[in-house]
Design a binder for this molecule. Structure first.
Ligand code: G3P
Ligand code: CA
Length: 321
């Protein structure tokens, strides 16, 4: 269980005060300043270009990697729920990562596995619907599932959020989003669907696109499509392409986000040596780092961000040395 330390609470309050004043605070809160969300604009399609947004500029200023709460603060709260988002916020972590899939009737929901079995009570409520695939259930059916009890009884009643609900909460918390399109091959057209929801929720305006939103996927095709539809959106490819292949990824991605066990300082340096889809040096956010020694190791390799289930542990590890 995560116990909020007094120092963290004070830091969070200081961070909030600075954010309200328009400034930035720690490495984990680098980016554009937070503020009230503007109304969604028309569905413009700005062209990709070399102009670096505010987030890109500040990411390189400080030494410590940016922290991302993986599926929210998922070491302490049920993954991909609003409770996990809120807990990350309480910890002073303003980037959260999530996983987006599509229901049978076309609603986008935030859930990691291809099936609902591990993280909900779907097997109890729908015993005859094996294998309980996300895409075989309607939004209404999924909304009725308990996505918290499997984790701990105090979270009983937590729901699988729709992407709309999730975006509203992240924005309400003045957090930023690393949105993963999960298993796009199962959901033809999910790139358009995702962009539509982002647009309707006010997440494709200049402020969000400029520093509050990154879309990632294990699928290069998915990112190519997304980049074609909205070339202004920052994208990250999940994986560890060979150095010889990196230039191909740089055509549609700004970042390469690898599993931490697969990288070396040389590989990191090779990625940084390329310019991505927006003409900026490519960046690297590595996952899933929950151990202090690993965090220091990847920091020393030069990664730009660390995606972790336990942001408090990793922050402490990086502050210690
Ligand atoms: O953000 C990286 C990470 O989420 C990729 O793996 O399986 O947790 O979605 P997975
Ligand atoms: Ca993910």
């Amino acid at each position: 269980m995560y116990v909020r330390p007094v120092a963290t609470a004070v830091a969070a309050l200081l961070g909030l005060a600075l954010a309200l004043a328009g400034g930035t605070t720690t490495a984990s809160s680098r980016g554009t300043s937070a503020g009230a969300a503007p109304a969604a604009g028309p569905p413009a399609r700005p062209a990709a270009g070399p102009a670096a947004g505010p987030a890109a500029a500040v990411r390189f200023q400080a030494g410590a990697p940016v922290l991302y709460a993986h599926r929210g603060a998922s070491a302490y709260a049920p993954e991909n729920t609003l409770a996990a988002v809120d807990l990350a916020d309480e910890m002073g972590v303003d980037w959260v990562e999530n996983d987006v899939q599509r229901t049978k009737d076309g609603e986008l929901v935030v859930v990691h596995d291809e099936t609902l079995a591990r993280t909900t009570d779907v097997e109890v409520l729908f015993p005859d619907r094996s294998p309980w695939r996300v895409g075989d259930f309607t939004a209404e059916e999924i909304a009725g599932l308990d996505a918290g009890s499997w984790f701990r009884s105090e979270y009983a009643g937590a729901r699988v959020p729709t992407l709309r609900e999730y975006l509203d909460r992240v924005r309400q918390n003045r957090q930023r989003l690393l949105l993963e399109i999960k298993k796009p091959e199962l959901y033809p057209g999910i790139e358009e669907d995702t962009l539509r929801v982002l647009e309707e929720a006010g997440w494709l305006d200049e402020r969000h696109v400029g520093g509050r939103l990154v879309v990632q996927s294990f699928s290069a095709d998915c990112l190519r499509t997304l980049h074609r539809l909205r070339p202004d959106v920052t994208t990250a490819f999940l994986g560890t392409p060979a150095v010889a292949d990196l230039a191909g990824y740089a055509e549609f991605a700004d970042r390469i986000n690898p599993w931490h066990t697969t990288i070396s300082a040389e590989w990191v340096s090779a990625v940084h040596g390329l310019r991505g889809a927006h003409g900026r040096p490519m960046e690297i956010d590595t996952w899933i780092v929950d151990a202090p020694d690993v965090a220091r190791k990847v920091r020393d390799m030069g990664v730009d961000g660390i995606i972790t289930n336990a942001p408090d542990v990793i922050r402490e590890a990086l502050e210690a040395v």
